[in-house]
Design a protein around this ligand. Structure first.
Ligand code: URA
Length: 264
């Protein structure tokens, strides 16, 4: 993917702000300088990490919805999310899959799974690299911490989590994001977008995507909505170019945030 220059940034920014009517209706803040707020008041890194770890302990025992109950019964792992306790960007997907929840027993076995380690994860890794970051510098999680399987299908089949399951699980994610305070949350797909923005799950992806929003729980944190990597993998030829464009904007936003923080 190519470099983002200042004129690219201005052009991209213009295209984001052009849809003013929609932006106003959705209450979108178009104020670029707000990106990259001062995080000096944040808890020390070790304390954030301790709190995040405490949450992992709760998540592995969680039975708030059927997904947790079934996961514990199936003897597979929860996927709480992973990354830097002070990440500047968080990527949020929908729900872990088979690769992520797979039990790993024996020496060095971890009680938790890792998000985005399958095919979608490989594409996400490329995106993170393109942004000039390493996986351990960002935070990655999902709207549900347990894999969502169809209750009746055999062999088991992945299915989008129910709204009630997402609602039961989202307090964990909001708490994680509240501790980490990233400058930007990138929602990968509609489920993540509607859960993070707290809008109707029936909202259309075409309306939601490619916009900058305030995170309702903390308006200093901005939200960007992009397609889910698995959608891109399924529709590679048609969608790769807009996807690349999406992440050129993310890259520009992060640069702007860093620049704003430096100039403060
Ligand atoms: N893996 C995840 O962790 N989340 C997804 O949404 C897809 C694959």
């Amino acid at each position: 993917m190519e470099e983002v220059t200042t004129s690219d940034f201005n052009r991209l920014w213009e295209s984001i702000t052009r849809n003013r009517a929609l932006a106003d209706r959705l209450g979108i803040t178009q104020d670029v300088p707000l990106i990259g707020f001062d995080r000096s008041e944040q808890l020390p890194r070790k304390e954030i990490a301790r709190n995040l770890n405490r949450m992992v302990g709760e998540i592995v025992q969680c039975r708030r919805c059927e997904l947790g109950v079934n996961r514990i019964r199936r003897g597979v792992r929860a996927v709480p999310g992973e990354g830097h306790p002070q990440a500047i960007v968080a990527f949020i997907g929908e729900t872990p899959g088979k690769e992520e929840e797979r039990p790993n027993r024996g020496r060095g076995a971890s009680p938790v799974g890792r998000p985005f380690v399958g095919r979608s994860g490989q594409l996400l890794d490329r995106v993170i690299e393109y942004l000039g970051l390493k996986r351990e510098q960002v935070f990655i999680s999902n709207t549900t911490k347990c894999r969502s399987l169809h209750p009746d299908k055999l062999p088991p089949e992945d299915t989008p989590p129910l709204t009630s399951q997402v609602q039961a699980c989202m307090p964990y994610l909001h708490d994680q994001l509240g501790l980490i305070q990233p400058w930007l949350i990138v929602c990968l797909g509609k489920s993540a977008a509607t859960a993070i923005l707290e809008v109707s799950p029936t909202s259309k992806m075409t309306e939601l995507k490619s916009q900058i929003y305030d995170y309702p729980r903390d308006p200093r944190i901005k939200v960007w909505v992009a397609y889910h990597p698995s959608f891109i993998l399924r529709n590679m030829s048609q969608e790769l170019i807009p996807y690349t464009e999406d992440f050129r904007v993310v890259r520009a936003i992060l640069r702007k945030a860093i620049e704003n923080a430096r100039n403060r």
